[in-house]
Design a protein around this ligand. Structure first.
Ligand SMILES: [Zn+2]
Ligand SMILES: [Zn+2]
Length: 334
């Protein structure tokens, strides 16, 4: 027997252990309550992040329509001075905006690049959180190309019953009935392939919408943000686009979508294993209206963009090995 645990000191040790167990049982609930109280207190004490005056962007979603355990649908949050914008409301992105402690209740507008489901799926939740987050009395502006009226009308209708429940349950001071939903702010672009329009111009913050090429999805746009000599550009969904190149010139940061064609090709060749003719067709079709990482890099280089960030990643990359291969594999597998 260990010299430290001989029969003379075994008894006190056993008694101490028994005493400890009794204390644990008796005080288990109060201890757990105190621990829980501390966890909740510190989690809820975290205020929205404060930023110095400037232009900032955060990625609240970097995925695409395919199920992706690591990424919400496309969403870019932009802070410019005192203004706050969200570009696209991909599925699950609202929760990321909240987790990022961004001031959703102060959002000036939600901007939509186009109306594919992966870009609008969370619009209802985004509007709801903007309403609740600031007890806002007016609905959030939803800026988008022509057609955005139909999208906003549909979500407003779908959330109408829930809006009523919220007002009834939490009271009109917390949830002012006039603040629910969104207000569509459509803009039209001329027929030129590189057409653009300024959709927001206030306090030195300028947002320019410009055409991209996501045919047959028309309209489809990207957005450029300019503020105090800084600029960032969000591609939306597009194949290689000269219009995007023109509007991204000299930008500090370009957020560009990216589809790895060899990986999608591999999925296409193996779609039969998943027993899914739908997957076979989709993986055959999608490369034609998206950009490869190489395309995006060419645009960024030609436009003399300072930094390129890939988002709207296709296909999903469930393993770190695939993440590192995403930018490496650019030729078809043989
Ligand atoms: Zn998309
Ligand atoms: Zn799309």
């Amino acid at each position: 027997m260990n010299k430290f645990l001989n029969r003379h000191n075994l008894l006190p040790v056993a008694l101490a252990l028994v005493l400890l167990a009794i204390v644990g049982v008796v005080f288990y609930q109060p201890i757990m309550n105190a621990v829980m109280r501390q966890i909740v207190r510190s989690a809820m004490a975290k205020k929205n992040i404060r930023f110095d005056d400037g232009l900032y962007a955060g990625l609240c979603g970097t995925g695409a329509p395919m199920p992706d355990i690591n990424r919400a649908g496309p969403c870019v949050a932009v802070l410019a001075g005192a203004h706050f914008f969200i570009v696209d409301a991909g599925d699950g992105s609202t929760k990321n905006v909240l987790l990022m402690k961004l001031p959703i209740g102060k959002a000036d507008a939600i901007l939509l690049t186009h109306f594919h489901s992966d870009h609008i799926a969370d619009l209802g939740e985004m509007e709801l959180q903007r309403w609740a987050g600031g007890s806002n009395k007016t609905p959030v502006a939803v800026i988008g190309p022509t057609g955005v009226e139909q999208i906003v009308q549909g979500f407003n209708l779908a959330y109408q019953l829930d809006d009523g429940y919220r007002v009834a349950h939490h009271g009109p001071e917390t949830m002012p009935p006039t603040g629910a939903g969104g207000i569509a702010k459509p803009f039209a672009l001329s027929a030129e392939p590189n057409a653009s329009a300024v959709v927001f111009d206030q306090d030195g913050v300028k947002i320019t919408a410009f055409k991209v090429d996501h045919r047959p999805v028309v309209p489809a746009v990207g957005y450029r943000f300019d503020y105090k000599g800084r600029s960032l550009v969000i591609s939306g969904d597009t194949m290689y686009s000269e219009s995007l190149l023109e509007h991204a010139r000299g930008a500090d940061v370009l957020f560009h979508e990216a589809l790895n064609a060899p990986m999608v090709q591999l999925m296409n060749e193996n779609a039969g294993l998943a027993g899914s003719p739908m997957l076979a067709r989709v993986t055959q079709d999608i490369p034609s209206y998206h950009s490869t990482p190489e395309d995006a890099a060419k645009i960024a280089a030609a436009a003399k963009v300072k930094q390129l960030i890939y988002y709207h990643i296709i296909p999903p990359l469930p393993s770190p090995i695939l993440t590192s291969l995403f930018l490496v594999l650019q030729r078809r597998f043989v």
